[in-house]
Design a protein around this ligand. Structure first.
Ligand code: C2E
Ligand code: MG
Ligand code: MG
Length: 283
């Protein structure tokens, strides 16, 4: 009896696995189509100074305009893209688009720094940085308008060759940020050696700020550490006024989150930027 039951479960799992694999294969096919047919778009989320309120930089976030499912978030496809290596081509598109956008805005008199997220696979190849520099040069986009976001875990693992490539880009004027800080394991020595300008606290550290004294203590210590490293502290995932107030009191420099603005397509971002300028000027 038990054997029969066992067999039944095995079949069930096999079937489930087959279904999962088929779904994966389909998404991989669709991702390839998405690259060919340029179904990707970028949205921009402002990061603002916690004291003066002006925008410091905007993070470019990837969206997939899926022909059947509509607007699809990176959480649904980035992992598969990384596992299949398709992230390389998607990343190329992101780089080219950001370079072109920076140049186009600069031409219109808008100096706007944009931050892009770099995946582990891209960091594995030092050639990535050569192509990034080439894309910026080709588009005639100033490196000072570029920011790279590298996750804490990636920053701890990357080779000295990659660190050197990052340092070169920084020497060109690019800004380097550590993303998702506070969730991985950082070597403080390593952190001190990295050519970085800003550190973004992970969302999970922000959420409990308004009600947990322990969370406040941790955030306060991390902000002190970030400042000790000579970096700017960025709070991300700020969803309430209370969280922003706590961070401001702690001396956090910059904030990003739905409480300030959601990620927006280019036209909406431009409108927001103009309104924001008026707000800041009015004090
Ligand atoms: P991330 O770099 O940590 O980006 C911030 C994410 O938090 C974004 O999700 C953003 O929409 C979301 N967010 C912003 N404010 C809030 C808030 O107040 N509350 C909450 N709950 N969430 C907030 P998104 O756009 O879905 O991106 C998810 C992740 O996908 C990013 O996390 C990043 O790691 C990755 N990603 C996005 N674009 C790219 C890209 O072009 N290339 C690569 N390799 N990865 C990307
Ligand atoms: Mg990011
Ligand atoms: Mg982040």
């Amino acid at each position: 009896h038990a054997k029969e039951k066992g067999r039944g479960r095995a079949e069930y799992f096999t079937e489930e696995l087959a279904t999962r694999m088929a779904a994966r294969a389909q998404m991989e096919r669709e991702l390839r189509e998405a690259i060919d047919q340029q179904q990707f778009a970028l949205v921009y989320q402002p990061q603002v100074c916690l004291r003066q309120g002006h925008m410091v930089v905007a993070e470019a976030l990837l969206r997939w305009e899926h022909p059947r499912d509509g607007m699809t978030l990176p959480g649904a496809f980035i992992r598969l893209a990384e596992e299949t290596g398709l992230i390389m081509e998607i990343g190329e598109w992101v780089i080219a688009t950001v370079a072109e956008t920076i140049a186009r805005w600069a031409h219109a008199g808008i100096e706007q720094r944009l931050a892009i997220n770099i995946s582990q696979r891209q960091l594995d190849h030092a050639a990535f940085f050569r192509r990034l520099r080439a894309a910026m040069l080709e588009a005639n986009a100033p490196a000072t308008s570029l920011e790279l976001e590298i996750s804490e875990t990636m920053a701890m693992q990357c080779s000295s060759e990659v660190i050197h490539a990052i340092a070169l880009l920084r020497a060109d004027g690019a800004t380097i940020a550590i993303d998702e800080f506070g969730t991985g394991y950082s070597s403080l020595t390593r952190l001190r050696e990295l050519p970085i300008d800003r550190i973004k606290l992970h969302r999970s550290l922000i959420a409990p700020l308004a009600y947990s004294g322990e969370a406040r203590m941790i955030a306060q210590a991390l902000i002190a550490l970030i400042h000790g490293l000579g970096c700017e502290a960025v709070g991300q995932g700020i969803e309430s006024r209370a969280q922003a107030d706590v961070l401001r009191m702690m001396g956090c420099d910059v904030m990003q989150g739905f409480a300030i603005a959601e990620p927006m397509p280019e036209a909406a971002f431009m409108t927001w930027t103009r309104a924001e300028e008026t707000r800041v000027m009015a004090g």
